[in-house]
Design a protein around this ligand. Structure first.
Ligand SMILES: [Zn+2]
Length: 172
């Protein structure tokens, strides 16, 4: 039933390009999206990318050919900087991996999207290390048997800690 509800929301959103978020969620996301994409001239707040809501209780965000989907659980759990990281990470997937330029591993794709997100969030005035606390919160939601997933999230956190803003040229 939940799958059906999500599917319907997804299809309605895809057809009408309207938000399926609560008013509070919409205002909050529009505010974050406006900072991530200040020169946006489209009717979609996030640089022309449609956003959709997944009512799942699992904190998650994902990119598809359609756009970017966030779960309500993720929005509840993350602060604005962490939501900005999640959005920028998924924009990274759309920019870098749709369509895939060449076969890369899922792991490499995640690291590329993290790097993209740290660059974009830093340059747009967000905390570039919010991806670390974002992933730490996700780790706490992985069941004990998810050792491999936890290990990879910990690895991504370690890589993001090496971000050096003094090496970033936001005009590039
Ligand atoms: Zn990803």
């Amino acid at each position: 039933m939940r799958f059906l509800a999500v599917t319907i929301l997804f299809l309605v959103s895809a057809c009408t390009s309207t938000w399926q978020f609560s008013t509070f969620e919409q205002i909050r996301l529009e505010h974050i999206a406006a900072q991530l994409c200040p020169n946006n001239t489209t009717d979609q707040p996030l640089c022309g990318i449609p956003l959709a809501l997944d009512v799942s209780e699992q904190p998650n965000a994902y990119a598809s050919y359609f756009g970017i989907t966030l779960t309500r659980a993720l929005l509840r759990m993350m602060n604005d900087n962490e939501v900005a990281f999640a959005l920028a990470h998924e924009i990274g997937h759309k920019v870098l991996h749709f369509p895939p330029p060449e076969p890369i591993s899922r792991e490499m794709g995640e690291l590329q999207a993290d790097g993209f997100a740290q660059f974009v969030t830093f340059c747009m005035g967000f905390d570039p290390f919010a991806g670390i606390t974002n992933l730490e919160k996700l780790i706490n939601h992985i069941p004990p048997e998810g050792v491999k997933a936890k290990t990879f999230l910990s690895y991504r956190i370690g890589v993001m800690k090496n971000f050096d803003s003094s090496e970033v040229d936001c005009n590039e």
